[in-house]
Structure formats: structure tokens, C-alpha cells
Design a protein around this ligand. Structure first.
Ligand code: HEC
Length: 425
């Protein structure tokens, strides 16, 4: 669990101390991640994380959580660091069983070993790397009873895009240590909280998760020339380009939130200004075509107004939303029920959101008439309401510490054999 941390701190030392810099001439990892930047310089922090996450993974050793610092970022044919992390579907297995060790390489699920060489370079303008996307696409059923439609299926958002969620060692290990990999494990954990045996879920400070969105070049009519401006992948004979990258880190208690998108993304009014600017290092690589969409470190501004942040691809159809607010509604309970909190969160920002099956009338029935006058919200709210977590006067829904993959990816996946004894709290 500590490896990443040690690594990051050694990278900082290398970058800030001349003695180390001289010794490590081959250290091409140029990111400088400081936890305090999350609050003090959030845009700069976002770019440092972007450089770390998109640095080539180490295909020589196949290790999952330390990039290859002997080659520069943007090297053709490489696969990036976050792609070597564990995919959510390798964590929340369909038979509800315990996932393997983070470093395990023998299973078929291990993908970094399959990092292929670039198949072509387009006119020297950029590069394309091809990698295994076979597990990125989660097949989802019809909308569930809360009306949430499939958001991340290959034919979901933008009709032909796909979403991919991956977690680092710290996040993964916490889920393993706390038996949170299955729906039943989460119910047992909620019961243990009620019985005073466990504390609320709180991931270690080294935890990071990303969610990537890919667009289908053919379906979106992206020209050959423009394709070279994307970080690319191929799956089932189709070519995809990375359109967005959501990043969250536990640098601060309610997580640090950032999102990047390709320069050609549709216009979105719900970002925040990039106060740092793109690092020079990226300007000769394919990554120069990506923009910081915004950062978020709190529910509200000092005035109490909600903070808003979204990505034009991932939050397509509900752009007037707030990462931190929606994620605060990911909950577990002892009977597995969830309550419609995700929709309530959206109702308090944009009651009229057909993309999520919401209208003013539906929102009135979800959050109560008291928040509306003349069919309009009285005050938008960015902070969660305590009532979201209560049933029959008692706390019944316990937050998953903002991580939505826990509750989303375990839906319909039941334990088929008893969990390890240590999971019965
Ligand atoms: C309307 C609710 C909603 C909003 C708004 C939202 N998300 Fe999410 N997010 C989800 C759900 C649901 C998932 C789980 C999907 C999955 O596992 O594929 C998720 C997954 C993620 C993940 C994967 C990690 C995890 O376990 O949660 C990241 C990272 C993420 N979102 C970042 C963001 C960022 C950054 C923003 C704002 C720019 C944002 N999200 C806005 C609902 C939301």
C-alpha cells in the first residue's frame, strides 16, 4: 500500500534536490506531486497527476503501480500507468468472490503484459497505441427501478463510447481488507457499522481512482487526421480515442476531483478555469491535445453557492451537476437497499434533467415541495442533506467514502460461495 507513496515522494526528491537529480539522469518522470497542492494549487495538482497517470507503464517488469521512468511521457507504443491498475470489473467479480492480489500476474485478467507496440504512427503528428480494451465495456441491463439508465456501456453515452474505471493499489487493498468486493460483503459491513463493530468507510490517503471515456472514431466521424490527436485504442476491430479522464484522489478528506477532455470536446459551460496551464513537457506529445476541464475541492463556494463541475462526454445529459455531490450519494445498507439519493442530489442542482429521468414533478416527489416555489428551486444545494441517509429516524445508508464503483459495479453480482471467515465482523 505504501509503495506508491514512497514512489511519489522519491519522485519529488528527485525533482527538487539537485543531488538526486544528478544521480538519476535517466529519471524521466517529471511530475511533482505534492498533497498540499490539492488545496493550494488545484490546477497545478491536476496537471501533475495527469503527467503521472499518463506516464508509460513499466512493461519491462509488468509491475502495476510504478511507471517506467527511463522513457518519456508520450512515447509511441506505450500504454499508460493508470491502465496497468486494476479495472473495476477485476475487483467486483461476477461471482462475488475475493479478487486476487493487486500484483498477481498469472490470471487471464492481467493486462499490462499485453501492451502491444504501436501499429502505426500518423504522419509524425501523434501516435497511436493499441491495447486491450476487451474488459472496458460493461454490459448493463435496462434502467433499474430508480430510472438510472446504463451510462457506461459501449452503446451508452454518445451511443458508441465506453467508460473505464480503474483503481490504484491503495484503493484496491482497502476494498480487499474490508471485504467490500461484493453486494453481500457491503451489507455485512453496513450491519457492522450499525452494531458499532466497524467505522464508516474511509479510504487511505494514497487512494486514487480514474474513469476514462473513449469515443468510437467511426461513429463520431472523426477524420484520420484528427484521430492522430487522440490517445487511441482498438477493440473488436473498432478504433477508439480517449475523450475524457476523470481523476479523484484522497488527498483531502472529501477527495480531490479533476477532469480532463480532448480539445475537440463539445462546449461545456460547467468547468473551472485552468490556472496553471499545460506543462511544457506535454507540448510535443499527444497529450498536448487534452485540456483541464476543471477541479473541485468542496461542495460549496465560500458564499454557500454550490460548486459545479462536469465533463461534456461523461456527464452528457446532466452537465449541470457536481462530482462531489453526486458521489456523496453512493451508500450501502444492511439490507442492500439504497434509496434514491443520487437522483435527489441532481434534483437539488437541476431538477429538469431528462438524461437521468428527472423532471420538476418527479423531483418534488423525491425531495419535497418545500424546496420549490413557482416550479423553480428556491436555492440550489451543493452539500448533501442529512435526511438522504436516514430511514425511519435512524441512519440506514452509509457512505462508501465517495466511491461509486463499489455500489454500481456490485449490482446483480451475488456471492456464490461463502466469503472468507475474516469478512464476518
Ligand atoms: C450523477 C452522478 C455523478 C456525477 C455528477 C459524477 N459521477 Fe462519477 N460516477 C458516478 C457513478 C454512478 C459511477 C460508477 C460508475 C462505474 O463504476 O463505472 C462513477 C464513477 C466515477 C469514478 C470511478 C471511481 C469510483 O469508484 O467512483 C470516478 C473517478 C469519477 N466517477 C469521477 C467523477 C468526476 C471527476 C466527476 C465530475 C467531473 C463525476 N465523477 C461526476 C456518478 C456520478
Amino acid at each position: 500500500m505504501l509503495k506508491l507513496n514512497i514512489y511519489i515522494y522519491s519522485a519529488i526528491i528527485a525533482a527538487s534536490s539537485p543531488a538526486f537529480a544528478e544521480e538519476k539522469v535517466s529519471d524521466l518522470c517529471q511530475f511533482n506531486i505534492r498533497r498540499s497542492d490539492a488545496v493550494d494549487f488545484p490546477s497545478k495538482h491536476a496537471w501533475n497527476l495527469f503527467m503521472y497517470l499518463n506516464h508509460p507503464a513499466d512493461k519491462k517488469t509488468g509491475r502495476r503501480d510504478k511507471p517506467d521512468c527511463s522513457i518519456p511521457i508520450g512515447t509511441p507504443g506505450t500504454t499508460v500507468q493508470w491502465e496497468a491498475w486494476r479495472h473495476a470489473d477485476e475487483v467486483f467479480l461476477s461471482d462475488g468472490s475475493e479478487p486476487p492480489d493487486f500484483d498477481q500476474k498469472s490470471s487471464d485478467e492481467f493486462s499490462p503484459g499485453k501492451i502491444p507496440e504501436a501499429l502505426f504512427t500518423l504522419g509524425g503528428k501523434g501516435f497511436a497505441s493499441f491495447h486491450d480494451l476487451s474488459r472496458n465495456f460493461v454490459k448493463r441491463g435496462p434502467p433499474n427501478s430508480n430510472g438510472v439508465s446504463p451510462m457506461f456501456a459501449p452503446d451508452g453515452v454518445f451511443n458508441n463510447g465506453g467508460g473505464e474505471t480503474r483503481m490504484n493499489r491503495s484503493t484496491y487493498q482497502f476494498i480487499k481488507d474490508n471485504c467490500l468486493w461484493s453486494a453481500q460483503g457491503q451489507q455485512r459491513y453496513a450491519r457492522a457499522i450499525l452494531e458499532g463493530k466497524k467505522k464508516d468507510i474511509s479510504f487511505p490517503s494514497e487512494s486514487i481512482e480514474v474513469k476514462a471515456m473513449w469515443i468510437d472514431f467511426a461513429a463520431q466521424s472523426i477524420s484520420e487526421e484528427n484521430q492522430s490527436t487522440y490517445y487511441t485504442a482498438e477493440y473488436n476491430g473498432k478504433k477508439y480515442g480517449l475523450s475524457s479522464l476523470h481523476i479523484i484522489t484522497k488527498d483531502i478528506p472529501n477527495w480531490y476531483w479533476a477532469t480532463f477532455h480532448h480539445a475537440d470536446a463539445p462546449k461545456n459551460d460547467f468547468g473551472t478555469p485552468d490556472e496553471a496551464g499545460m506543462p511544457d513537457l506535454l507540448k510535443k506529445t499527444v497529450w498536448k491535445n487534452y485540456r483541464l476541464g476543471g477541479v473541485q475541492i468542496d461542495f460549496v463556494k465560500p458564499t454557500g453557492e454550490p460548486t459545479i463541475l462536469s465533463d461534456p462526454y461523461v456527464e452528457n445529459g446532466f452537465e449541470r451537476s457536481s462530482c462531489i455531490t453526486c458521489h456523496a450519494t453512493s451508500t450501502i445498507s444492511q439490507d442492500g437497499s439504497r434509496g434514491p439519493t443520487q437522483q435527489m442530489a441532481i434534483c437539488l442542482l437541476t431538477p429538469d434533467t431528462p438524461g437521468l429521468g428527472l423532471s420538476v414533478d418527479r423531483c418534488k416527489s423525491l425531495i419535497g415541495e418545500k424546496y420549490f416555489s413557482d416550479g423553480k428551486l428556491d436555492v440550489e444545494r451543493g452539500a448533501p442533506l442529512p435526511e438522504w441517509y436516514v430511514k425511519g429516524g435512524k441512519t440506514a445508508y452509509f457512505q462508501t467514502d465517495f466511491l461509486y464503483s463499489l455500489t454500481f459495479r456490485t449490482q446483480g453480482k451475488n456471492e456464490t460461495k461463502p466469503a472468507p471467515a475474516r469478512c464476518n465482523w
